[in-house]
Design a protein around this ligand. Structure first.
Ligand SMILES: [Zn+2]
Ligand SMILES: [Zn+2]
Length: 182
């Protein structure tokens, strides 16, 4: 289901976060772990680490390779659901087009509001410090579970904001009650 991301990473952002490195003697070392090596990265693991942090498509590709579309929360198999959806649609309508409107309708009725059935989710949210993370902070969530998580996070952030706001002055409260119509 998931193919290699074809577009090359925006090398500018990767080379900014992970520039070529040399040690004090001028010998080339890995841009990620600092081990001596002849190329930019000492290993595929180090290259993936850099790519995952800088390149969202690569992060999605790696998460798909690891999780195979299985939601970390409700454990539904989104790759299987996508296959069943496509096969059922093809059987009923004879249409094998993956972007058919009828297919969209069935998918939406099943509660999947987007064309892709899963999202890359930050286990520790970006807004709560999980931004520049590696694969270990990323998980697969089906779109329903992801939407639920997003709503919960919004609620938490709003509560934090309310707690941080100073109490309105008594006069402001008095004014607002005076001007109220009802
Ligand atoms: Zn390395
Ligand atoms: Zn789920």
């Amino acid at each position: 289901m998931t193919s290699d991301p074809t577009s090359p990473p925006r090398s500018a952002s990767i080379s900014k976060k992970y520039p070529y490195r040399r040690d004090a003697d001028g010998n080339r070392i890995c841009a990620v772990c600092g081990e001596p090596c002849s190329l930019k990265y000492c290993s595929e693991a180090c290259r993936d680490k850099a790519y995952v942090r800088c390149w969202p498509d690569w992060a999605r590709y790696m998460v798909a390779k690891r999780d195979h579309g299985i939601c970390a929360k409700c454990k539904c198999d989104t790759e299987k659901i996508a296959r069943i959806l496509k096969a059922a649609h093809e059987m009923i309508t004879g249409c094998s087009w993956g972007r058919c409107v009828e297919l969209d309708t069935v998918r939406t009725k099943m509660g999947f509001t987007r064309e892709h059935l899963w999202e890359v989710d930050h286990i520790q949210p970006v807004s709560e410090g999980g931004g520049l993370c590696g694969l270990e902070n990323l998980q697969t969530l089906c779109t329903q579970c992801h939407d639920a998580e997003t709503r919960a996070l919004r609620g938490r952030l709003a509560a934090d904001r309310r707690a941080a706001e100073p109490m309105p002055l008594f006069t402001e409260i008095a004014e607002s009650t005076e001007t109220r119509e009802d």
